[in-house]
Design a protein. Structure first.
Length: 357
């Protein structure tokens, strides 16, 4: 039996004690963030409106970081036990953020991680009306092509204000339809589905109903909810897009481990910036080893970089603002950027140039 492609890397990680999941540190971070955001939310109640509006970007930033810890729970990288990971994910995703953890697991773990930046397979690069490659552009209708060619790059960041709300809406559609689309009866109303659904209902009750019952104007409550989660959507977009946008979009490949490395980039941040990214500044390491705790990713990074360079694979690491700039430029030029083939020799080739050669 042939050895697993990352067996040697995992052996080195195990020897360095990096495969362990620091459960207490994960819960400490979640609890600390909960205390911070609850304090900030309380401040909004007592502050005059203009000061509350000035504070809301900070509130949104910490809310984004707390929401990102749910990503760890769904990946089972936060705690040693299954129950611990589910509990953490449940508190953060459906209860705090109103996002279905089952929807996120399907969209992110199953689809995105298996096919990062793969044309027609990665949901993160198929977001109507945008395009991320020439291949998708040529199959779009005339109105959508006009948008992709002339408006996409300019409207992307304003539209990102909708991301948090749209993900929540897609999650609601997912859990509402799952009992009717699942073929096996035993898997229609699972314990996870019931937990997901009940906590999302609790989310809306806590965020929208309870404050009104306590005497806060419903206009203020709804306005705060919409504005806060709009900013969270933009912050989430900034965190996720720098990890993949501007990296190759792939049509065909036969080396999954190289795919995981060369379609991502490592973002160089200091300890403060890294705290808010919850491990996604180490996007390459996270994609190669999704069950690795984000607390261990900084120590794993040199080993992963060595693993990539030994095989002649590109390990890209750049600063956050440069990555943000390159990602935004990539959105402007995506309509004319061809997707590539990762061939059997490990070379990235433009299929259009190959055909005409």
């Amino acid at each position: 039996m042939s050895k697993h492609p990352v067996a040697d890397l995992r052996k080195k990680l195990k020897e360095a004690d990096l495969l362990d999941k620091p459960t207490m540190k994960s819960w400490l971070k979640v609890i600390s963030l909960l205390i911070i955001v609850c304090t900030l939310y309380s401040a909004h109640i007592f502050l005059p409106l203009k000061f509350g509006l000035m504070l809301i970007p900070i509130t949104a930033l910490f809310s984004t970081t707390l929401a990102m810890t749910g990503h760890e729970g769904v990946h089972s990288s936060a705690c040693r036990s299954k129950a611990g990971n589910i509990s953490l994910a449940a508190i953060v995703f459906p209860l705090f953020a109103g996002l279905s953890m089952e929807y996120w697991r399907e969209k992110h773990n199953v689809q995105h991680h298996a096919h990062p930046n793969v044309h027609t397979k990665d949901p993160d690069i198929h977001s109507w009306p945008f395009t991320f490659s020439e291949e998708e552009y040529v199959t779009s209708g005339p109105i959508r092509r006009f948008f992709q060619r002339h408006l996409q790059g300019w409207t992307f960041w304003p539209i990102s204000l909708l991301v948090g709300h749209l993900m929540r809406f897609d999650g609601l559609k997912y859990i509402a339809s799952k009992p009717f689309t699942t073929k096996k009866k035993k898997k229609r109303f699972t314990k996870i589905w019931l937990l997901d659904t009940s906590l999302i209902l609790a989310h809306f009750s806590l965020w929208l109903v309870l404050p009104v019952v306590l005497g806060i104007s419903w206009q203020i409550v709804v306005g705060f909810y919409i504005l806060l989660w709009s900013l969270v959507g933009t912050f989430l977009t900034a965190i996720f897009i720098v990890g993949h946008a501007g990296r190759p979009v792939i049509t065909e490949y036969d080396q999954n481990w190289r795919l995981q490395i060369e379609t991502a980039r490592r973002i160089k941040l200091g300890p403060v910036g890294s705290f808010f990214f919850v491990g996604l500044d180490y996007q390459i390491e996270h994609h190669l080893l999704p069950a690795l705790s984000h607390f261990n990713l900084p120590k794993a990074a040199p080993l992963v970089k060595e693993y990539a360079e030994e095989r002649g694979w590109e390990y890209q690491e750049i600063g956050f603002f440069r990555a943000l700039w390159e990602s935004t430029v990539a959105l402007h030029t995506a309509w004319k950027t061809p997707a590539l083939v990762l061939d059997e020799d490990g070379l990235l080739q433009d299929p259009l140039l190959t055909e005409t050669a």
